[in-house]
Design a protein around this ligand. Structure first.
Ligand code: AVI
Length: 319
């Protein structure tokens, strides 16, 4: 199993994030083992529609994706339990030789890899522990490759980060490779708010787990009772803004970072943003990054989209 040296990077990013306005924790704190389990639970919540919508599109369109890409290698970034990936694996069966799930959670990744290997005995399954923002350049060869980032995970990047990421993908793609991305689309605010404020409080538990993880790993003193969970729609940025606000003024120490934080009453602590997309704007962003959108499919309700991209230069030969 390959491994990425993300630890030092995460400390630096945490130090930097907590000194920003608003204060912020890097999203990666959400995905320790417990966080990954809670996220799986979120994907089954009635309010959290994206996985069902994406599955609907994959069910209908995977054969077309397979016909267009003829992929020998499928790389799934942020694979989780690869639940929707199986639709791609089935459709790609005639050409596919290798599946490379990549995730930051090693234990979770190991069980995903074992499950897929047992279900698809003809497939080489090579899990890769890593952070796809940093490790794109070290992905295994084996063109034509299909690199997939499902679940609208790209929505958790800030716009500048997303531009860098899309440029890095364009740089990592060989001529025959393709990139498939899942995108949650802008929609009715009530449905968006409900998706991140579920009735059972699973999303809140998922986001609170980031505080527990930082307390454990960085010897911090975040007190859950002093923070109220919040997830609201930001119409200017078209993202859900997810995290906490401090119930009252208080201090938090992050001993491993030698950091003393002062929270004012109602001050925000952001843990993630979840951007929602519009087709035209996304296509422009992709083009600027060096990627051409060759396929765009939505579910019947128009809630979610899958975009299939190749490097810009190839577009003239691939109408
Ligand atoms: C992983 N990512 C796409 C999820 C989202 O919808 O932004 C993470 C999530 N956060 C709260 N609920 C789900």
């Amino acid at each position: 199993m390959a491994s990425a040296a993300t630890h030092l990077g995460l400390r630096e990013a945490t130090l930097e994030g907590l000194q920003r306005t608003p204060k912020e924790l890097p999203t990666v704190w959400l995905y320790d083992e417990r966080g990954s389990q809670l996220y799986e639970e979120i994907t089954r919540l009635p309010e959290y529609y994206p996985p069902r919508r994406e599955r609907e599109i994959l069910r209908a369109r995977s054969p077309e994706v397979a016909a267009r890409t003829q992929a020998r290698t499928l790389v799934e970034l942020g694979a989780g339990n690869a639940s929707r990936t199986r639709l791609l694996l089935d459709a790609l069966a005639p050409t596919l030789e290798r599946f490379v799930p990549l995730d930051v959670s090693e234990q979770f990744l190991r069980s995903t890899a074992e499950a897929v290997a047992a279900e698809y005995p003809r497939l080489a399954v090579d899990p890769f522990v890593g952070d796809f923002e940093r490790d794109l350049h070290s992905l295994p060869a084996g063109s034509p490759r299909l690199i997939a980032l499902l679940g609208s995970t790209i929505g958790n990047f800030y716009p500048a980060q997303r531009r860098r990421f899309l440029s890095a993908v364009a740089g990592a793609l060989e001529d025959d490779d393709a990139f498939l991305v899942g995108l949650d689309l802008v929609k009715d605010v009530e449905r968006l708010a409900a998706a991140y404020n579920d009735g059972r409080g699973v999303t809140e538990a998922f986001v609170r787990n980031a505080l527990t993880a930082v307390n454990a790993e960085l010897h911090a003193t975040f007190d859950q009772r002093r923070f109220v969970y919040t997830a609201h729609w930001d119409p200017e940025h078209e993202w859900m803004d997810i995290g906490f606000r401090a119930r009252h003024a208080h201090g938090v120490s992050v001993r491993a970072l030698d950091l003393e934080l002062a929270f004012a009453e109602n001050e925000q602590l952001r843990v993630e943003v979840s951007s929602k997309f519009r087709r035209e704007r996304f296509e422009l962003e992709a083009r600027d990054a060096g990627l051409g959108v060759d396929g765009w499919w939505t579910d019947e309700a128009g809630d979610f989209a899958l975009a299939l991209m190749t490097r810009n230069e190839r577009r003239s030969t691939c109408p």
